[in-house]
Structures are given as structure tokens and as C-alpha cells.
Design a protein around this ligand. Structure first.
Ligand SMILES: NC(=O)C1=CN([C@@H]2O[C@H](COP(=O)(O)OP(=O)(O)OC[C@H]3O[C@@H](n4cnc5c(N)ncnc54)[C@H](O)[C@@H]3O)[C@@H](O)[C@H]2O)C=CC1
Ligand SMILES: O=C([O-])CC(=O)C(=O)O
Length: 338
């Protein structure tokens, strides 16, 4: 039932996926790290979304069980398990969207950068496979440290000669989800209708909530603004501490990752006005990769919407973040380039 047959992939390949003009919707989404704390609930949320027609679950362990379980849900997506490195290329083959939550999470006392030694090679190897068998896929990288893993994946594609900066994204949606939640709580707003862009990167001071651009419009005294900003920057650590050694955010990340993946698909389908903040190749600041609101389209990044008007407080946050980001980016690039 969970066939690994190449026939399936090549028949999919045979389908013309011209989303922009025909709105045909064969959408294969591959999740790498699908058996993990994020991977399982993320796959559940993707399985229940009718825009997904094939869900390819890749991990080094346990995907047959996860796939068997999800496959009983009465939604359109055909679920397939790919277990172990030898199944990786087939898992990714002809995917429109690849989401990567593979790798180790933090324990209390660790920074995201402390995960580099383990996760850098995991993301590199996944990117090598993607560059070979799904060079046109839109790739969302969740694995930390995102500030470095996105440059790593990008360098792999550059080496392979098929880099398209419009197609590789660091998933920072959880920062937006958290900012929306905390600001809505503080002002007694509907959290679903609250939107706070979060720019920069995805670690500590590189996370920059733009509360001055929140909708609906909100304002806070300086001390409260600082406290809210710091809570958003340290929200991942808040979860790591609460989980007391058993991992980091998984359920809220699955929610955020599914939201981002579905936005990528809506862009692919040619829907208008699909906007998500994401960490992408950028010339908006001096950092080579930077998260800003991105208009998504049939080729991934349709338009980088930039920083928008910043308050003086936010300008200082950007100033502090850029040198840190540059360090994280160089570290990732060096890992691939040597
Ligand atoms: N971008 C963001 O906002 C967030 C990122 N994360 C990051 O997501 C990553 C995953 O976190 P969890 O799901 O909690 O970890 P987890 O340990 O529960 O799951 C990770 C999964 O990756 C798999 N894996 C390991 N090596 C692999 C490989 N070479 N290929 C495919 N799969 C492989 C493991 O078998 C496991 O099933 C961590 O690096 C974490 O820091 C976590 C939360 C938020
Ligand atoms: O904090 C972590 O290690 C996981 C993560 O990136 C987040 O929850 O934002």
C-alpha cells in the first residue's frame, strides 16, 4: 500500500503542473523528519488539507507507522512512507513542496546555534537530494539553526548549478504566530484577526517583531513594548524550559509549518495576495538572508515586500541583528564551501 514504486513518481512527473494558467492541482508535499515531534502533527495538518494530493513522509525511522495511521483519514492526499536514506530521492522526487523539520531540537541551556554540528549535515544531505530530484520544489526549512541552515541549503543548490533564490525559505512563521498571540492577549484582540510581521532571523536578537506595523494598530508604553519584544524573541526558550529536557516547540510549530506550506501551495496555484514572512535570500539589509513579508506566487517569491516603515526602536533592533545574522550566514556557507 505504501508503495515506493518509481511508477508513481514518473506518472506525477508526466502531469503538466501549470498552476498559473490551468490551476491544475497535483500537489506532492514531502516532509523530511516526518516521524518527529514536529513532523507528525505537521503531517496530520497537511493530510487534512484538501489542497495536498500526495503526502510523502520521509524519515530515517518509523515512517511506515506514521503513514499507515494518517492514511486512514478520509481526505484526498495519498500518503506514502519512505524510510531510511535509500528512500530519500524517491520521497523527494517531483515534489512541489518540501518541508524540512529533520534534526535534533534544543535542551534547556542550549542555543539554536548549538544544534549546528548535528543539523548542518542533515540539512546539507537533504538539500543535495532535493537539488538532484526536485530542483524546482519550493523548500521550507524548519531545522535549526534556521539562520545557518538556509544558507547551507542554498549553497548546496549553488554547487549543483540549479539555485533559484525564490524557492528556498527559512520557516519563521512561528515567530509571527507567537507575536500575533501575545499582542492579541495584551490588547484583548481577536488573535485570528491580529497580524504582526516579524522580520530578521530566527534566533534571539535576530527575531524582530514589527509591533508598529501590527494590524489592528496597537501602541504600548516603551517598557511594555520592550518586554513584549523580548518575550517574542525568547518564546522558543520559554517552551524549551517548560518542556524540561524533552524537546522544543512541536505543536505550535506544526501549526505554523502547515500554515506556511499551505501558503506556498496557494501561491503556486496562482492565488493573489498570499503573504508570509520568511527568511530568504535578500538585499533588503546588509545580511545576505533576511526575513521580511514575502508575496508568494507560482515561482515561490513573487515579491519581497521589504521592511516597511520602522519605528526608532525597531531600527535599533535591526542594527543589532544584522552583524549576528552575518556571522550565522557565513558559518552556514563555510560549512558547504569549506
Ligand atoms: N523554525 C522554527 O521555528 C522551529 C524549528 N524547530 C527545529 O525543528 C527541528 C526538529 O524538531 P523536533 O521535531 O522537535 O525534533 P524531533 O527530534 O522530535 O524530530 C526530528 C526528526 O528528524 C528525524 N531525522 C534525524 N535525522 C534525519 C535525517 N538525516 N533525515 C530525515 N530525518 C531525520 C528524526 O528521526 C526525528 O524523527 C529541530 O532542529 C528544532 O530546533 C523547532 C521548533 C520551531
Ligand atoms: O526554540 C527552539 O529551539 C525551537 C524554535 O526554534 C522555536 O520554538 O522557536
Amino acid at each position: 500500500m505504501f508503495s515506493r514504486s518509481l511508477r508513481v513518481s514518473s506518472s506525477l512527473q508526466g502531469n503538466l503542473r501549470n498552476f498559473g494558467t490551468t490551476k491544475q492541482c497535483n500537489v506532492k508535499v514531502a516532509v523530511a523528519g516526518a516521524s518527529g515531534g514536529i513532523g507528525q502533527p505537521l503531517s496530520l495538518l497537511l493530510k487534512q488539507n484538501p489542497l495536498v494530493t500526495e503526502l510523502s513522509l520521509y524519515d530515517i525511522v518509523n515512517t511506515p507507522g506514521v503513514a499507515a495511521d494518517l492514511s486512514h483519514i478520509n481526505s484526498p492526499a495519498k500518503v506514502k512512507a519512505y524510510n531510511g536514506a535509500e528512500a530519500l530521492k524517491e520521497a523527494f522526487s517531483c515534489a512541489e513542496v518540501i518541508i524540512i523539520p529533520a534534526g535534533v531540537p534544543r535542551k534547556p541551556g542550549m542555543t539554536r546555534d548549538d544544534l549546528f554540528n548535528t543539523n548542518a549535515s542533515i540539512v546539507r544531505d537533504l538539500a543535495v537530494a532535493a537539488a538532484e530530484v526536485a530542483p524546482k520544489a519550493l523548500i521550507g526549512i524548519i531545522s535549526n539553526p534556521v539562520n545557518s541552515t538556509v544558507p547551507i541549503a542554498s549553497e548546496v543548490f549553488i554547487k549543483a548549478g540549479n539555485y533559484d533564490p525564490k524557492r528556498i525559505f527559512g520557516v519563521t512563521t512561528l515567530d509571527v504566530v507567537r507575536a500575533n498571540t501575545f499582542i492579541a492577549e495584551a490588547k484583548n484582540l481577536d488573535p485570528i484577526k491580529t497580524n504582526v510581521p516579524v522580520i530578521g532571523g530566527h534566533a534571539g536578537i535576530t527575531i524582530i517583531p514589527l509591533i508598529s506595523q501590527a494590524t489592528p494598530k496597537v501602541s504600548f508604553p516603551a517598557d511594555q513594548l520592550k518586554a513584549l519584544t523580548e518575550r517574542i524573541q525568547e518564546a522558543g526558550t520559554e517552551v524549551v524550559k517548560a518542556k524540561a529536557g524533552t524537546g522544543s516547540a512541536t505543536l505550535s510549530m506544526a501549526f505554523a509549518g502547515a500554515r506556511f506550506a499551505i501558503s506556498l501551495i496557494r501561491g503556486l496555484r496562482g492565488e493573489s495576495n498570499v503573504i508570509e514572512c520568511a527568511y530568504v535570500r535578500s538585499d533588503v539589509t546588509e545580511a545576505k538572508y533576511f526575513s521580511t513579508p514575502i508575496l508568494l506566487g507560482p515561482n515561490g517569491v513573487e515579491k519581497n515586500l521589504g521592511l516597511g516603515p520602522l519605528s526608532d526602536f525597531e531600527k535599533e533592533l535591526v542594527k543589532a541583528a544584522v552583524p549576528e545574522l552575518k556571522k550565522n550566514i557565513e558559518k552556514g556557507e563555510k560549512f558547504v564551501k569549506g
